[in-house]
Design a protein around this ligand. Structure first.
Ligand code: ADP
Ligand code: MG
Length: 603
């Protein structure tokens, strides 16, 4: 996309090279015409004129200035193009990661992706500015210098060229030794990133289990490998660079020696030798950078490979061409003989049938690992079913656009994630144009408003990594508020793990009741209130629905529901009633304001 800029860089490059190559010729002119030294009777006599010397000096300065201007344009445009390409690739990677399905993110290592989005992009950037544009420079300079050398003096040229192949070979050999280690270093950096990232996000576990030393050793071992390999690359460079320098110095000495002899025998003008030596110095750059440039190509190759691993990964969930928009959804959800497995070998759901009419509440119960979360993950197409079909109002969800499908759902997830932002921004996450009143309204409905009011900065309090830490119950109610704001047609509430104090439970219960009004709802929660009033209770076991019906029917059977009820739900009845009575009492005693302060301290 940046052809014009690249062209500009190339033109500048040509100008730069031309003026660079003129320099030595002007020096030669100054020496031979400006000075024109000859030996007469054992004494050196200069026949030149000051005027010619001044002209030569002026031309040399002008050439240097012109070269400087072209050099500026060349590095400026070259850098612009390379930075811009890096910027584009970074955005591509980020955008692509946003579009990948859950299946990809389940397996992808965050540290590795971070490494690729930073270090590998840098590898490609270096290639563009130094490997690609520089390569053209080097090639042009090499060819032009060789031609100019041979036209200056062919004998000297032949002599000095003898040294080019060995120097180039040593330079290339150095990089071929460096290349595999560089690649290894890149991988090691990624692995180190993984260790660091996992350590930081798992810090609570590390501390709880007193594994700081183990973690330190783990990091240390990884860092040690990185150190050894990085050090190995330096050792190789430190060994080879002096050898190259030595060979080149020898070439200079040999050429100067031979050239001086030629001058003594009158076969060569002193100016020509000066020109020649300057070209030889100039030649050093392209010859030496051959190795460096091949290394850049190699690094860009591996970096590009690692970047394309991300960019070429196809999302397992694809939007069908010509997919329809789900606009006015009533909320009739059907699972028709649905089977699913996260991988081919182990099925997680088997032949599941669900029929949730608009506005119905469906409660999913079952042991952990029975497939409850999986059931709800299939509806917004976080994963695609492997057998059967899911329909919404009769439309197969695979025929709908992903954007409209997902907008149909409001999901309160099992693990609530809050961004490093204010509470207000977190609540308005899915509806960024929501007004302050809207945010406050849903916070009230979610029974979290009173708590937020007790915070020093209210809705502008920062949460997440850079802000205050909220309890599980508080986070969950913020998540409920966030979902309420979307006003979704179909609601998913996944909260199988929570066991909170009765007061919080009471508040969540109320928030949830608010949330479910007029929506088709799927609840995964061991909450008696919700389960009791559900239109359908589905009991899952090993990916099968083993029992279905309403509370009153199921309680009479001696089946799996009855078992869950006796073990987990029954006790809640008493606690709930006590809490309700207690709050009613406080309310009666002190008026409506007291509830606010109770709610504020809850959580
Ligand atoms: P529940 O929510 O009822 O506790 P899940 O639906 O989370 O159960 O899990 C059902 C089964 O699927 C479990 O055996 C679990 O190990 C497996 N599972 C869940 N998530 C994944 C995943 N992302 N990749 C592979 N297997 C998974
Ligand atoms: Mg679950």
């Amino acid at each position: 996309p940046y052809k014009r800029r690249v062209l500009l860089a190339c033109v500048s490059l040509a100008g730069l090279t031309a003026f660079q190559l003129i320099g030595p010729k002007l020096v030669g002119y100054a020496i031979d015409t400006g000075l024109d030294v000859t030996k007469e009777g054992g004494v050196s006599v200069a026949h030149g004129s000051l005027r010619t010397l001044l002209i030569a000096a002026g031309l040399i300065t002008a050439a240097a200035a012109a070269r400087g201007i072209f050099q500026f344009w060349q590095s400026y445009t070259g850098e612009w193009v390379s930075q811009r390409i890096a910027y584009d690739i970074r955005n591509d990677i980020y955008g692509h990661l946003q579009r990948m399905s859950f299946a990809y993110h389940d397996k992808a290592q965050t540290g590795q992706i971070m490494q690729r989005a930073t270090q590998d992009v840098e590898g490609v950037r270096m290639f563009v500015s130094l490997g690609f544009i520089r390569l053209m420079y080097v090639v042009v300079l090499l060819i032009a210098t060789l031609i100019l050398m041979v036209t200056t003096d062919w004998q000297l040229a032949l002599l000095s060229w003898v040294f080019i192949p060995p120097t180039a070979l040593i330079a290339i050999r150095m990089t071929s030794k460096l290349r595999p280690i560089w690649m290894h270093v890149q991988n090691l950096q990624g692995e180190l990133g993984v260790v660091l990232q996992e350590n930081l996000s798992g810090m609570r576990v590390v501390k709880a289990f007193g594994r700081e030393q183990y973690e330190e050793r783990k990091f240390n071992a990884q860092a040690q490998k990185l150190f050894e390999n990085s050090y190995a690359t330096n050792r190789i460079q430190a060994t080879y660079s002096p050898i190259i320098n030595g060979v080149w110095a020898f070439a200079m000495v040999a050429t100067a020696w031979f050239g001086a002899n030629q001058i003594l025998h009158g076969n060569l003008k002193p100016g020509d030798l000066a020109v020649f030596m300057l070209y030889l110095t100039m030649l050093q750059l392209p010859v030496r950078s051959l190795g460096f440039i091949t290394a850049l190509w190699a690094r860009a190759g591996t970096s590009g490979q690692r970047i394309y691993d991300i960019l070429d990964a196809e999302s397992a969930v694809q939007e069908r061409p010509g997919a329809v928009e789900l606009t006015t959804v009533k909320g009739h959800v059907r699972f028709d003989d649905v089977s699913f497995g996260y991988d081919v070998i182990s099925p997680v759901l088997r032949h599941v049938d669900i029929d949730a009419k608009p506005g119905e509440v469906v409660a999913l119960l079952g042991q952990t690992g029975s497939g409850k979360t999986t059931v709800v993950n299939l509806m917004p197409r976080f994963y695609d079913v492997t057998g059967g079909a899911i329909t919404i109002d009769g439309v197969d969800i695979r025929d709908a656009t992903l954007a409209t499908l997902r907008r149909t759902f409001g999901i309160v997830q099992q693990d609530v994630f809050l961004f490093s932002a204010t509470i207000r921004e977190n609540i308005a996450y899915g509806a960024s144009n929501a007004s302050d009143e809207d945010v406050e309204h849903v916070a009230r409905l979610a029974r979290i408003h009173d708590f937020i009011e007790t915070l020093p900065d209210g809705y502008d309090t920062w949460v997440g990594e850079r802000g205050i830490t909220l309890s599980g119950g508080q986070k969950q109610r913020i998540s409920i508020a966030r979902t309420l704001l979307l006003d979704p047609k179909i609601l998913v509430f996944d909260d199988s793990t929570s066991s909170v104090d009765t007061e919080t439970e009471y508040l969540i219960q109320q928030a949830l009741a608010e949330l479910m009004k007029g929506r088709t709802t799927f609840v995964i929660a061991q909450r008696l209130r919700t389960v009791k009033s559900a239109d359908q209770i589905l009991v899952l076991k090993d990916g099968n629905i083993v029992e279905a019906g309403r509370h009153e029917e199921l309680i009479k059977r001696e089946g799996p529901y009855r078992e869950i009820y006796d073990l987990e739900l029954r006790d809640q009845e008493e606690a709930f009633e006590q809490e309700r009575d207690r709050l009613a009492q406080i309310e009666a005693d002190a008026g409506a304001g007291a509830v606010a302060s109770v709610a504020g301290s809850a959580g």
